[in-house]
Design a protein. Structure first.
Length: 404
């Protein structure tokens, strides 16, 4: 196999108008406008024996630094090496993306300008229609002389796990794909040395026909949260999609369990490493479920329409109905389950192979229950709009031919 080397870049600019993004607007609030930016430089090397990736990244808001600032803002998004252990098995070490299935449990979180990556080792076995993946991580803040304390309430590592283990198996049978996954993330007691482990396991089923496809999944969480409270939580989702020439219609829904006030257990299902922006509406009202739904869980019913009139253009129109899974909020307040209606409209054009433009507009109408959770009164319609320019050039691509 020849050796391959590639130097690539990514430059992403996103102006946003916010008047109700994440929080309901009222008579005391003013609209916001800003420009965020992502800059990446990627080095990729591949040979017969191993593969390596180094991606440098910077995420910024225009104006968040002094004009003459000497502050370093560049970090490593990816830095990994992958090598084959045998014909069908490989191991990958380093800072890497963990993304599985439809990304509801693990996602790169690409919408965020800084995205999401893990310091881990991953072993992957593939054979025809089967795949087995095991990933393991163990985090520390520094090169300790003694002990392995890792308290994730520190700002620089806030919400990080101390340990993570993932085991996933995928099997494809003609039009049916079956995946089972279990993962356990451990968090150190903030007031001691105990390690509280949360375990999540479930199954994903995908049927893909010529025009019609179905998707269903269910997960269950148990173990203990970072406060040491016993967990008993669940998640379920279902989607049906039908393609009509250049268009498609998708009808689906998902339920994330919430706290039962009559239970001593923690019943909130938390998809900790997912991109909620992709699933629970573009306006990101329900991304931190412990606070954004008052601990009562989430029910999201949605209808998604897509239309691709050409090879370069794609339109999408999504509708979401949001409600709580429980009708009693944290603190014992009984409320109506309805939270909000949301409509998301977007358009994407591939101007060239390396340059795309995306524009979107969203509107949300919140309920009295959402006002209660957010501490608002007489809130109006929430609006959000953005334009995103993405440049992904390949600066250099070179193949070193193997000499015989």
């Amino acid at each position: 196999m020849a050796q391959k080397f590639e130097l690539s870049g990514e430059f992403r600019f996103r102006p946003e108008f916010r008047n109700g993004y994440k929080q309901l607007p009222d008579s005391t609030t003013d609209a916001a406008f800003f420009v965020s930016q992502r800059n990446r430089i990627g080095l990729h090397y591949e040979s017969e024996f191993y593969e390596a990736q180094l991606t440098l990244q910077e995420g910024r808001i225009w104006g968040d630094q002094l004009l003459k600032s000497s502050k370093s803002t560049i970090g490593i998004f990816e830095g990994w090496v992958k090598t084959n252990l045998c014909k069908n098995m490989s191991v990958q070490f380093g800072r890497q993306k963990l993304s599985f299935g439809n990304q509801r449990m693990f996602s790169e979180n690409n919408w965020s300008q800084t995205a999401q990556a893990h310091d881990a080792a991953k072993i992957e076995w593939k054979k025809t229609n089967k795949k087995l993946i095991f990933a393991q991580a163990f985090n520390q803040k520094a090169e300790n002389t003694f002990g392995t304390d890792y308290l994730n309430n520190a700002a620089e590592i806030k919400d990080n796990y101390k340990t993570l283990s993932v085991l996933r198996y995928e099997h494809t049978l003609d039009s049916l794909k079956i995946a089972v996954m279990g993962f356990a993330d451990g968090f150190q007691d903030l007031n001691g040395k105990a390690l509280y482990v949360r375990s999540t396991q479930g199954i994903e089923l995908t049927y893909s026909g010529n025009k019609f496809s179905l998707y269903g999944t269910g997960y269950y969480q148990l173990g203990h949260n970072v406060a040491g409270r016993s967990i008993a939580a669940w998640y379920a989702s279902f989607e049906a999609k039908y393609k009509i020439q250049k268009a498609s219609v998708l009808l689906g829904g998902e339920i994330l369990s919430g706290d039962d006030v009559n239970s001593d257990e923690y019943n909130q299902f938390i998809p900790q490493y997912a991109s909620n922006h992709t699933f629970a509406g573009s306006m990101d009202y329900f991304t931190s479920f412990a606070t954004h739904t008052g601990g009562a869980g989430l029910m999201d019913l949605y209808l998604k329409l897509t239309w691709k009139p050409s090879k370069t253009d794609a339109f999408a129109l999504d509708y979401h109905y949001f409600g709580t899974q429980q009708t009693t909020l944290a603190g014992g307040i009984n409320t109506d389950a309805f939270l909000a209606h949301e409509i998301d409209l977007s358009w994407k054009r591939a101007v060239t192979k390396d340059f795309t433009v995306t524009a979107g507009y969203s509107v949300l109408a919140g309920s009295s229950t959402l006002e209660l959770i957010q501490g608002r009164t007489d809130a109006g319609l929430a609006h959000w709009a953005f334009v995103m320019l993405e440049f992904k050039p390949t600066f250099l691509k070179y193949v070193f031919e193997k000499k015989i």
